[in-house]
Design a protein around this ligand. Structure first.
Ligand code: KG4
Ligand code: ZN
Length: 374
């Protein structure tokens, strides 16, 4: 293929967001990829009725929406299907039936268009949400690595050292609940419904974080493990005590509870990231995953970078929660850096980030009816 600029169509359907994006770039140049469109169809209203994501409902609702998302993403990018050189899709981790909708759609398009399909790890993509332009335009673009990344999503809390593109090592992980889960479960206990994170953070703005002294689990432990399940229990007991007492769970108390929970979660995340900075001396710190949309976390993360005189990067809010732009970015950097072997793949709900570390040695797969056109 002689065309310099490659067009990537990216799909994401790992949980309750159906997303499609178009990314364009010249992998052989020093330039950076441009995100031409980034369409997200959220199922939040559907799942908020049930207080959380119901996997079967999520999968069914991806089906009628995914092709319209693709059409809209292409239209906004000023492209047609025939212009697409590569399809990228989330392989995992996530909800199996939801993942299958994206993977099967991608494979079908790949066969129809006779172009390769690349499986992308959702967690790797959250890392790449930091590469949506800004960092690549900066004068520091060649001084990013080693980077320390805090990934905080609904299902994962990870500290990752990234030595270069495709070179990841998990150095810290949660032993039980993820940070996003701590937000979601606390929100449920407070009667705030789903999705919990944004609701807690909105309410917290008007509350006093010092009102309730919630535990900061493992904050003092001399390792990079997280644990958030105790925090949720503490919130539950506090709310039960309030209910038993003469006091009511009024709006003011809810705001103070939200602010106090948020502060406890953010304190733990920042403290563990600081421990990792001291241990690994990264050049850059980055945030990824839905919880990276949290304003307090973003603010404290930047302050942490300043304190240690390290560059800090946070994804633009558009790329913080699940989206396909980040899937396309991850695919672009694979495309740019690697030798590719053609191999089939299936959706994998338990896909690990470490499983993917080998891609930079050219061992990972593309499903394709043709050889990789590079
Ligand atoms: O990455 P993501 O969109 O989906 C997964 O891969 O899980 O992350 C979703 C998580 C949910 O737990 C949600 O409550 C949380 O991100 N979240 C937030 C905020 N926005 C989303 N948590 C705290 N503050 C927010 N503003
Ligand atoms: Zn995610």
């Amino acid at each position: 293929m002689s065309k310099k600029f490659k067009t990537i169509l990216a799909l994401e359907s790992s949980c309750d967001e159906t997303a499609a994006a178009v990314i364009e770039g010249n992998p052989r140049s020093e330039g950076y990829p441009r995100i031409r469109s980034n369409i997200v169809a959220s199922q939040t209203t559907i799942h908020s009725r049930h207080g959380g994501v119901i996997p079967e409902v999520a999968a069914r609702n991806h089906v009628p929406v995914i092709i319209p998302c693709v059409k809209l993403a292409l239209k906004q990018a000023g492209k047609e299907l025939k212009n697409v050189d590569l399809i990228a899709v989330t392989q995992g981790p996530g909800l199996i039936t939801s993942l299958m909708v994206g993977v099967q759609t991608a494979k079908t398009l790949g066969i129809a268009l006779d172009i390769p399909v690349v499986p992308i790890n959702h967690l790797e993509a959250h890392i790449y949400s930091n590469f949506a332009g800004k960092i690549q335009k900066s004068k520091f673009k060649n001084q990013i690595f080693p980077a320390l990344i805090l990934i905080v999503s609904g299902g994962h809390t990870l500290l990752v050292i990234m030595k270069g593109h495709g070179n990841f090592k998990i150095v810290g992980e949660t032993l039980d609940d993820a940070a996003g889960e701590a937000f979601d479960k606390s929100a449920k206990i407070l009667g705030l419904g789903y999705p919990g994170g944004p609701r807690i953070s909105a309410l917290a703005k008007k509350g006093n974080p010092k009102t309730f002294d919630f535990p900061r689990p493992m904050i003092k432990s001399n390792n990079l493990s997280f644990s958030f399940s105790g925090l949720k229990t503490a919130v539950l007991y506090t709310v039960q005590n309030i209910a038993r007492s003469s006091k009511k769970l009024d709006n003011k108390t809810r705001k103070n509870l939200a602010a106090s929970v948020q502060q406890a979660i953010v304190d733990v995340l920042i403290s563990k990231t600081e421990q990792a900075i001291k241990k690994f001396h990264p050049r850059t710190i980055m945030l990824g995953g839905g919880v990276s949309a949290n304003e307090l976390l973003r603010k404290n993360f930047k302050l942490l970078g300043e304190k240690h005189r390290i560059r800090s990067v946070v994804p633009d809010p558009e790329f913080a929660t699940d989206n396909a732009g980040m899937i396309g970015l991850a695919a672009y950097y694979r495309y740019k850096n690697k030798k590719i072997k053609v191999k089939n793949f299936e959706a994998d709900p338990n896909l690990k980030l470490v499983q993917e570390t080998s891609w930079h040695r050219g061992e990972k797969a593309f499903a394709s009816p043709t050889a990789m056109p590079m």
